[in-house]
Design a protein around this ligand. Structure first.
Ligand SMILES: Cc1cc2nc3c(=O)[nH]c(=O)nc-3n(C[C@H](O)[C@H](O)[C@H](O)COP(=O)(O)OP(=O)(O)OC[C@H]3O[C@@H](n4cnc5c(N)ncnc54)[C@H](O)[C@@H]3O)c2cc1C
Length: 434
């Protein structure tokens, strides 16, 4: 079998490694136009900040690929012919495949703002983007970051680490308004203020203004303000990369490449996984497009089994995500929407220092089953929460065993009693209201 994988990100590489284990004799070719070797995209910011060198974010040494007989092709796949089972490459002969995995990732979204093509305006997705950011922020005084999500705050932290003043434009009334409840967003906002990041909430980008040399000189906001700056970071989300899929009418696409629960596309022997894939029928309460590192790995490993003749459904399990907002760590398990859903309740505890908080959501009508947790500045154990969420453990039982989920016994010795007291009072108050 010849397996061709387009994309050497976490999804493509996880699939390649799993297929190598399952089918020691298979021929496997990984094609990528970004970098010859896989690297950890999530660590890009640490290279800019000087914590890591570019070679440190390569999880495997150069010897690893020939040793595991993984053929690497550094090229753009320009066209796909599913009838002939071939992929055209930008710099060589067509590649014939028996099985094909599209793991083409995402592209940064922009919204055709006037001036977005000026020098000094860009998004951050790839290693070439990072190199460009490095060049264009050298020696500058002031930058504007557009967007109040995870990449927006990463950009702010990166620029801040080099002493560059940052203004963020955030369309919502608070940071990451579509995801974080206001109390948690307030803690992030405090981090931003403590790091001298200026934030304009309820403010969008209207126009980017250039100088005579075609370089950015300022932005105009939706509120009419002009902010002088020498660099603009566009962090307004990502969308599935459909570039290659669009060359092949046999592939059904919507926002992403449509796949069934086996990650099989509409074309025979063609699969799609990771950021570029869109599940036709996601499970109740789940999203059709998952754009996370660990879901890419899971999808890559799952599809490897199907490719090797062991049909396996993709089952993610309870949602999980983590991030760091400057010094504030954030973990979330299960579902904790920005606004409580009907039939859901929430208990929230926050330390007076505003650097630690815990929120637990549950459904009173379903035996008080926990539905999600947000932990800010407190580390929780993944496997413990996964078990509670899978089994719908009642919130009272979770409170009795809360120490089990905690990573930091010292923190819990000091604060567990306070957290339990506060949550018990909130539960009692809820009972009286109902
Ligand atoms: C700056 C940044 C920070 C992030 N931080 C986090 C984090 O902390 N936690 C988290 O869970 N997620 C994070 N993410 C998201 C996470 O990195 C992605 O979900 C994940 O990398 C997707 O993996 P993938 O393999 O599906 O796609 P990608 O990593 O995008 O890999 C796809 C590859 O395919 C290549 N490709 C596409 N089309 C072609 C073609 N036609 N020919 C050849 N090659 C092609 C692309 O150039 C790319 O190299 C972050 C993303 C970014 C941009």
């Amino acid at each position: 079998m010849h397996l061709v994988i387009i994309g050497n990100g976490i999804t493509g590489v996880s699939c390649a490694l799993a297929v190598r284990r399952l089918r020691p004799k298979a021929r496997i070719t990984l094609v990528s136009d970004e970098t010859p070797h896989h690297y950890s995209r999530t660590a890009l910011m640490y290279v800019y900040m000087g914590h890591l060198r570019p070679q440190d974010i390569k999880p495997y040494g150069d010897w690893f690929w020939p040793e595991n007989r993984l053929e690497l092709v550094h090229a753009t796949a320009t066209a796909l012919d599913t009838a002939r089972k071939t992929v055209a490459l930008s710099n060589g002969p067509h590649l014939a495949y028996d099985q094909l995995l599209l793991a083409t990732g995402s592209v940064s979204r922009t919204f055709d703002w006037p001036g977005q093509h000026l020098t000094g305006v860009q998004s951050l997705y790839s290693l070439p983007d990072l190199e460009q950011m490095h060049r264009h922020t050298h020696g500058i005084r002031h930058a504007v970051v557009v967007g109040g999500g995870l990449i927006g705050i990463e950009l702010a932290e990166m620029l801040h680490s080099r002493g560059i003043a940052v203004t963020m434009l955030v369309r919502d009334a608070h940071y990451w308004g579509a995801v974080l409840p206001p109390a948690e967003a307030e803690l992030v906002d405090l981090q931003l203020r403590q790091h001298q990041i200026e934030v304009r909430y309820r403010t969008g980008l209207a126009e980017i203004v250039g100088d005579a040399d075609g370089r950015v000189r300022a932005v105009r906001t939706s509120t009419g303000e002009e902010i002088e700056c020498q660099w603009v970071g566009l962090a307004t989300g990502v969308a599935p990369n459909l570039g290659l899929a669009a060359t092949c009418p046999a592939l059904a696409t919507d926002r992403g490449i449509l796949v069934d629960e086996y990650l099989q596309t509409s074309a025979p022997d063609v699969y799609a996984a990771g950021d570029c894939a869109q599940l036709r029928q996601p499970a109740a309460g789940e999203v059709p497009i998952e754009q996370l590192w660990y879901t890419g790995r899971m999808q890559g490993e799952t599809v490897a089994h199907t490719i090797c003749g062991q049909p396996t459904r993709y089952r993610r399990g309870p949602w999980f995500n983590s991030a760091k907002f400057f010094q504030l760590e954030y973990q979330t398990y299960g579902r904790v929407p920005a606004i409580l859903e009907l039939g859901e309740e929430s208990c929230y505890w926050q330390h007076p220092n505003a650097r630690q908080a815990l929120r637990i959501n549950f459904r009173p009508a379903q035996n008080h089953a926990v539905t999600g947790v947000n932990a800010m500045g407190i580390r929780q154990r993944h496997e413990v929460w996964e078990g509670w969420l899978r089994t719908g453990t009642p919130v009272q039982e979770v409170l009795r065993q809360l120490g089990k989920a905690n990573f930091d016994p010292e923190f819990f010795r000091r604060h567990e009693a306070d957290i339990i007291r506060s949550f018990t009072q909130q539960l009692a108050a809820l009972r009286t209201t109902h």
